[in-house]
Write a protein that binds this ligand. Structure first.
Ligand code: ADP
Ligand code: ASP
Ligand code: MG
Length: 421
């Protein structure tokens, strides 16, 4: 007996008609697999609207209350989707993250899944029901409601697919699959039939919002095939899978742009063992990812460190770094905003030479200044000014001949506004 986990993103359940269309798709898919677990995001732009509401009553809401608020979005869509399934004659039950027992860390707004208890879901499947699970949310050991970070429903879906040993995790979204670049920014981007977990993980971390990066990590760790496809088309999308030998043929498989980055610079720090550890432990404790770390000696014997972070993390970083500087008894902090990162990714980079030179030449020809460079075995990233972002992405995409000459098929659905609380 097969088991499929299906995930529907916000645009795919943005109105009653779309919810009914998703329900029909679920019923068809279940006919092929016999058992289905569905993960659903909040309708349309609900999560953004809830954040606007929070901002209207408190510009700096606590992260606990933010999660309490945001989790309501997915609770609406699971109930409506279960009702839609029932109206079409399919037995279905909606379950919140708490009811499923998706246990997470207590890092509100960016919690990580620690464990999932599949007993309840299995019992529902054994009763012949479709389990409709709220994406993006979980619960701590002491009963606090958490969320997994924006776009986190993908992670709920793939983690559930791993825990249930599902045959496949189908991610239904508003594009035909994973493209060589965001098709909204690069209209002639090409859809990929397959991509390796490693490449997808790099692209997701580097800004390809089509998949939440931790979902790809779960998929890779537990070997869950992930199929990203259009929610209202039957064509095959993109399979995220284990690497195969021919995947190394292309030096670059895709490129990505990450906007809204800021740089934190710490100057005149003491130059002694333990300084980096103190800084990065404080960031790790706050569950904040940093990148593009630059360290050098300051004139006068001190040390300078700078690193890049997302704007949304700055509110937590500032007090954490102020505490660290107080502990050192010296040092100054400054923060720059308005940066972006453009990146190219490909397994073939391990063997092809000249990839960096080609990327830097493309940026130079477009008159774009590179502020910092980071590389790994399969990616090259350049920090640039935010105003250069889209032009940089298009230049790099065309330098590596990633286009297919056809405009990409993308949706522009106007979500229902009346879900505003
Ligand atoms: P959902 O609500 O279904 O989770 P998202 O908005 O999170 O949908 O993800 C789909 C969007 O991801 C697309 O509409 C597209 O603009 C964006 N995107 C960014 N990079 C890529 C890429 N490389 N391939 C496809 N889509 C991408
Ligand atoms: N509703 C959440 C968000 O908008 C989670 C998700 O869509 O994956 O970020
Ligand atoms: Mg998403």
């Amino acid at each position: 007996m097969g088991l499929c986990v299906l995930k529907f993103g916000g645009t795919s359940v943005a109105s009653p008609d779309l919810i009914l269309a998703a329900a029909r798709r679920i019923i068809d898919t279940r006919a092929a697999f016999s058992r289905a677990v569905v993960v659903v995001s909040a309708m349309g732009h609900t999560t953004d609207q809830l954040l606007e509401l929070a901002d209207a009553v408190n510009p700096h809401p606590s992260r606990r209350e933010t999660d309490m608020l945001l989790a309501t979005g997915e609770q609406v869509s699971i109930a409506l989707l279960a009702m839609a399934l029932q109206s079409l004659g399919a037995p279905a039950i909606s379950l919140t993250g708490q009811q499923v027992a998706i246990r997470t860390t207590s890092s509100f707004t960016r919690a990580r899944i620690r464990s999932i208890d599949t007993t309840g879901i299995m019992a529902e499947l054994d009763r012949g029901r479709i389990a409709v699970v709220a994406g993006f949310q979980g619960v701590t050991d002491d009963g606090q409601i958490t969320t997994l970070g924006r776009g986190g429903s993908d992670t709920t879906a793939v983690a559930l697919a791993a825990a249930l040993a599902a045959d496949v995790c189908e991610i239904f979204t508003d594009v035909d699959g994973v493209y060589t670049a965001d098709p909204r920014l690069v209209p002639d981007a090409r859809k990929l039939d397959r991509i390796s977990y490693d490449e997808m993980l790099e692209l997701a971390v580097l800004g390809a919002g089509v998949m939440h990066s931790r979902a790809v990590q779960f998929g890779q760790r537990y070997n869950v095939p992930i199929h990203v496809r259009h929610s209202r088309k039957s064509d095959a999308g993109t399979l995220i899978t284990r690497e195969s030998p021919e995947m190394e043929n292309a030096s670059v498989v895709g490129c990505a742009l990450k906007e809204n980055l800021g740089r934190v610079s710490l100057r005149d720090l003491p130059n002694r063992p333990g300084v980096d550890a103190a800084i990065f432990n404080a960031l790790a404790e706050a569950d904040i990812n940093v990148d593009d770390i630059i360290q050098n000696e300051a004139s006068g014997g001190g040390m300078n460190i700078s690193f890049t972070v997302e704007h949304r993390d700055l509110a937590d970083i500032k007090p954490a770094m102020e505490r660290v500087l107080t502990g050192f008894g010296r040092g100054e902090m400054s923060i720059d905003v308005g940066l972006s990162r453009v990146s190219v990714v490909g397994l073939g980079m391990r063997h092809h030479t000249g990839v960096a030179a080609k990327m830097f030449t493309a940026l130079a020809e477009a008159g774009i200044n590179i502020l910092n460079i980071t590389t790994s075995e399969i990616k090259i990233s350049c920090i640039i000014n935010r105003s250069d972002g889209e032009r940089a992405l298009k230049s790099v995409h065309s330098a590596f001949d990633l286009a297919d000459g056809q405009p990409a098929a993308i949706d522009t659905i106007t979500p229902m506004r009346s879900v505003r609380a």
